[in-house]
Write a protein that binds this ligand. Structure first.
Ligand code: MG
Ligand code: MG
Length: 629
């Protein structure tokens, strides 16, 4: 599989872009004419720089407003094309992109355009160059790849071919199966981009909101399946115009780009096994049956504080690691690991972020396969030296530099608690359990510009889907929230992207130096019974304002007795088409971390309408910013 990316897709100086692109594993780059205009090297030097990085120039673009022009524009266009051919020869690329004409002067007419391309094909052939024609979604006369193909077909010249771009086809909702009747060898290059579904002007949408395949909402996979069916085996090239990417890290954006193509082609090869594009074989996305554990890195004092809080929440210390300062606390199917080690990664994480939930384990069908797939998609491997009798649990780096472990039943990794831990016999039953059964969701907070990275991370590695993005209104700004979840809800991760440090999420990132997990939500089957048991344990829930209860009573038409019970227990409420949701929050622990307790009665969401009340209440509890820890 040959992959390429347009240099305009990423930020940085030209040379910086080249090294990031090469390191991410791409074979080529598309060069935009503007890359030269802003750069003081000759085309020959630029071409050499590209090749010195082990890359090829897959395409030179764009050449605009070419076909179907009246004189004198027509003659001038051919002269202009000859000069670009000179430049391409110096640069060392053989393919030029011509996008469909948007000029008000252009005349239209399929045969007129075909004749122009035939003549240009003759000129290109003399220099051993090729020209590809792309239908822009906003082209004046040609805005559909089917019409562009008809022009290429009628031009009937070996050096003239078609360029397909997923954005232009999918933005106009053109039937992708129309691609299947085009011969693969007449498609000169395939450009790929996704985009979020937003109603707006096509040109503006394309220039600012494109993103990597799998990051948006367009049907890029069926588009690519149709191309694979034609026998096409050339470059898969990312052409992404995105304001955020242009301000992001060249390394991260390049890695995401490469991941998006590997993921896309892995999906395509499963339905088009005979395609000519060679794609690496890798295990399927892992089925996740639950969160096996969450691990906290703590020091002595904050470790005691955390354990005390967890005891009040009904957790019991059930086991201690045989060789390490690590304890296991449990309630229902929830395993929380408290790591006080003074060496190793947990300690390093503690020193950087303070007490934090730095790791979690996913129960998958095949841990080794999940790990292999993650590495093939470009995730960073994580390994620690293990002691005698300890298991090497496959793991990768995740959000905020944290660790994601993979466990399964079949290889015995699921028995880690028996293998590495000693049961605790001493009585620690000063507090009663409160009926928490499992982890409902983990909430991870990240910088807004990394949201797409982590959405793609989860959806490409695990058998999950993403829900539409919602805006959470924090009194200090907007936090974008998007969910990754399995079909059956056994894994639910909410990703919150903070744009400014005055929001609760932004503050959490700033104060914990980018740690990932900000809250853990536990499930109960009876939130009122749990609230009563918590009260007996001395739990002080996050206090919700009385106004909230007046509002929900009216908004949902709730029974006043029920509302009164919720108000007494500080329980929040939401409802969707499928059912009801009850939520209860702890105050913050440390730098903005907290626990949530939820009961779902068929409800599918996460209580987003309540977030503003929760955030306001949490902010009242936080110490002033900038105080010593
Ligand atoms: Mg394009
Ligand atoms: Mg939550």
């Amino acid at each position: 599989m040959k992959t390429s990316i347009a240099t305009v897709s990423i930020s940085g100086e030209f040379e910086e872009k080249l090294s990031a692109i090469a390191r991410a594993g791409f074979d080529g780059i598309e060069i935009f004419e503007n890359d030269f205009l802003a750069f003081d090297r000759s085309p020959a030097e630029v071409g050499q720089m590209v090749r010195d990085h082990g890359l090829a120039v897959s395409l030179f673009q764009p050449f605009r407003d070419f076909e179907g022009m009246p004189e004198p524009f027509r003659s001038r266009n051919f002269d202009r094309a000859e000069r670009k051919f000179d430049l391409m020869t110096e640069l060392g690329t053989d393919l030029m992109l011509i996008c469909s004409n948007t000029s008000a002067v252009s005349l239209g007419g399929i045969d007129r355009a075909a004749a122009d391309f035939r003549e240009l094909g003759e000129r290109a052939a003399k220099r051993g160059l090729r020209v590809g024609y792309e239908a822009l979604a906003w082209g004046r006369h040609i805005n559909d790849h089917r019409d562009a193909w008809e022009i290429v077909r009628r031009a009937d010249h070996a050096n003239i071919g078609l360029i397909l771009d997923s954005f232009h086809t999918l933005a106009r909702k053109i039937e992708v199966n129309s691609i299947r009747s085009i011969p693969g060898d007449r498609i000169f290059i395939v450009q790929l981009a996704d985009a979020p579904l937003i109603e707006m002007d096509l040109l503006y949408w394309s220039r600012h909101f494109r993103n990597m395949p799998g990051e948006g909402d367009l049907a890029v996979t069926p588009f690519m399946q149709a191309i694979a069916a034609t026998g096409y085996d050339g470059y898969l090239s990312l052409e992404i115009f995105n304001d955020q990417f242009r301000g992001g890290s060249p390394e991260a954006i390049s890695r995401d780009g490469r991941r998006s193509l590997v993921y896309l082609m892995d999906q395509v090869r499963r339905v088009e096994p005979d395609m000519r594009i060679p794609v690496p074989d890798m295990p399927e996305r892992s089925e996740v049956s639950g969160i096996a554990f969450v691990e906290f890195a703590v020091g002595d004092d904050d470790g005691r504080e955390l354990e005390a809080l967890l005891q009040i929440l009904g957790f019991r210390t059930v086991a201690r690691h045989r060789a390490k300062a690590v304890t296991l606390m449990r309630q229902g199917d929830i395993n929380l690991v408290i790591n006080r080690e003074e060496k190793g990664f947990a300690n390093a994480s503690y020193l950087v972020h303070g007490a934090n939930a730095y790791a979690f384990g996913l129960m998958v069908d095949d841990a080794a396969a999940a790990h292999v797939r993650a590495l093939q998609l470009g995730s960073e491997d994580f390994r620690q030296v293990v002691g005698p009798g300890e298991m090497q649990v496959p793991a990768i780096r995740g959000v905020g530099g944290g660790i994601v472990y993979f466990l399964d039943q079949k290889s015995g990794l699921g028995q880690i608690w028996d293998a590495e831990f000693e049961p605790v016999s001493e009585a620690n039953e000063s507090h009663a359990t409160v009926g928490l059964t499992r982890i409902d969701h983990l909430a991870q907070t990240t910088r807004y510009d990394e949201m797409l990275t982590w959405l793609l991370f989860y959806t490409s590695e695990l058998s999950t889907r993403k829900t539409p993005m919602v805006d959470i209104i924090d009194p200090a700004g907007v936090v974008r929230s998007q969910v990754v979840e399995t079909e059956d809800g056994r894994l639910r991760i909410t990703l919150n992207g903070a744009e400014n440090r005055n929001t609760l999420a932004g503050r959490f990132i700033a104060e914990t130096f980018g740690s990932g997990i900000q809250h853990i939500a536990f499930e109960t089957d009876d939130i009122f019974a749990t609230a009563d048991a918590l009260a007996r344990n001395g739990f002080k829930p996050l206090t919700i304002s009385a106004n909230y209860y007046d509002d929900i009573e009216a908004r949902f038409g709730l029974d006043p007795t029920l509302v009164e019970r919720m108000k007494l227990a500080n329980i929040l409420y939401d409802r969707d088409d499928a059912g009801e949701y009850f939520q209860l929050y702890s105050p913050t622990y440390g730098e903005g971390f907290f626990f949530e307790i939820v009961q779902r009665r068929g409800y599918a969401g996460y209580g987003a309408p309540n977030a503003i009340f929760r955030i306001a209440a949490l902010k009242r509890h936080l110490r002033p910013q900038g105080m010593p820890r």
